[in-house]
Structure formats: C-alpha cells, structure tokens
Design a protein around this ligand. Sequence first.
Ligand code: NAD
Length: 264
Amino acid sequence: QSNVMAGKRGLIVGVANDRSIAWGITRAVTLNGAEVALTYQGEALEKRVRPLAAEVGATLVAPCDVTDDDSMKALFDTIAEKWGRLDFLVHAVAYSDKNQLKGKYVDTTLDNFLRTMQISAFSLVQMAQYARPLMQHGGSILTLSYLGAERVIPHYNVMGVAKAALESSVQYLAADLGPENIRVNAISAGPIKTLAASGIGDFRYIMRWNEMNSPLRRTVSIEEVGNASLLMLSDMGTGITGEVMHVDAGYHIVGMKAEDAPDI
Ligand code: NAD
C-alpha cells in the first residue's frame, strides 16, 4: 500500500463481480489512493457492482453498455459534470458468442465477428474518444488483452483476432494521443477464472496448461494484475506508452519447457 494514486480520479469499466480483473485493478488503485467511478452492464450486474463500489468508496456508479452510445455519452457527461476531468481509464470489456469460443475459428460468422470486434476492440477507441476532452492535463488509458492475440490458443478463436485488433489499437491510439500526454497501454494477463473466461471452451485445461508450463509454474491472480496496473496508471509509468505488458507468470516467453527428455 502506498499513495502512488493519490489525487487521481479514474473510470473503471468492466467490473461484473468480485472475480473480475477490473475488480482487482479497482482494489489496487483505491488501496493506493485513487478515487474511482465504476459502471455496470445492465440491472442484473448492478446488484453485484453496487456493494463493491461501496466497499471502495466509489463516488460515481453508472450504467454503461458499449453497444449503446447514449449510455456511453451519459456516463462521460456525468463524469464531466461531477469531476470535470479524468486522470485514468480502465477498459476491461470483452464479449463473443460462447458457441464460437469452442471449436474452430474457421466457423466464425460475420455477425459474431462484427459484434466481438465492436465490443472487445472498437469500444476502446470509442472510450478514448470520450475520455480525451477530459484528459487535458494528460492521462492514462489501460486495456486488458490476452496471448491469444499473438499466438493461436485453442477455442479463443475470434476473440484472439479481436485482441490482435485491440493491441494494434493500443499502438495507434498511443501515437495519436501521445502529443496530448495521454498514454495508452495494455496488460496481457494470463488465464484467470472469471465470468467471461467461463465461456471459453476447455478453460480449466488452459489454466492447468499454464500452471504446468509457465516459468513460475502457476497462474496469476486479479491482485497481481491490479498491482501491475499501478505502474501503467500512476506517475511511476509516465515514460511508458503503446506497451503490452505481460502479467502471466512468464508463460509468453516459453518455447519449450526444460525438463528431462523421455526415452524416445
Ligand atoms: P468479467 O466477466 O469479469 O469482465 C468482463 C466485463 O465485460 C464484464 O464486466 C461485462 O459486463 C463487460 N461487458 C461485456 N459486454 C459489454 C458491453 N456490451 N458493454 C459494457 N460492458 C460489457 O471477465 P474478465 O476476465 O475480468 O474480463 C475483463 C477483461 O480481461 C476482458 O477484456 C478479457 O478479455 C480480459 N482478459 C481476461 C483474461 C482471463 O483469463 N480472465 C485473460 C486476459 C485478458
């Protein structure tokens, strides 16, 4: 615990429950001094998010569905009215039809391709557009990605393609907004058991595979992603933009695990 986030106000989009990666980030930033606004997607999730918001003293709780531009506009209008500025923004949003998060990518439909892209990649651009006028003294935008953007992971399919677009968007947005001192980064997290992850085929096996093969021989927690986010979101990271930082127990570096070769 420190005060590295003291005086900073941030919007965090993507808390669904206390297992959400966005919740790990919310806990970390508030423990370290930040004031936050949280959103919920629909009434069912509002019931879960409100008590969590109260727990961290969130000063603003509002609905936000990224496919509904009116709700986005209303959210940022409220922030402008209440705070007048925004120091950081966390985008932890993704969606795809779970019937296409199993089986093969080749079977992706146009409809689900476009929807997945809109919710999981374009929404970052959309939020950057709304956040920009509130970040006139600079700011930090952080999104969440996964290794499936860079390499083929079974069942990740269209979500991997959307994460590739998301990571590329991080670079283009970082270049566009850098002159305004707005930084844009991503954390590529290892697999974590969350609501969104439960839609991915054989997710338990993906977790197990990471435990067996990552350098640290384990997976990561939402607390660890939260702690890492402090670097990107605080003034400790003012020299970092356009970066995709892996918080995955090192899994992304492994080509082949060192172990005694079997007799073959
Ligand atoms: P989660 O289910 O807790 O969070 C996903 C969030 O996306 C939810 O809060 C949901 O309400 C929100 N969302 C979906 N559609 C939306 C819409 N139309 N409008 C507004 N919000 C919408 O799961 P999570 O795993 O914490 O996911 C957060 C982010 O982390 C996602 O981008 C996910 O791809 C990424 N990520 C997850 C893992 C993992 O293994 N869990 C690994 C790497 C990256």
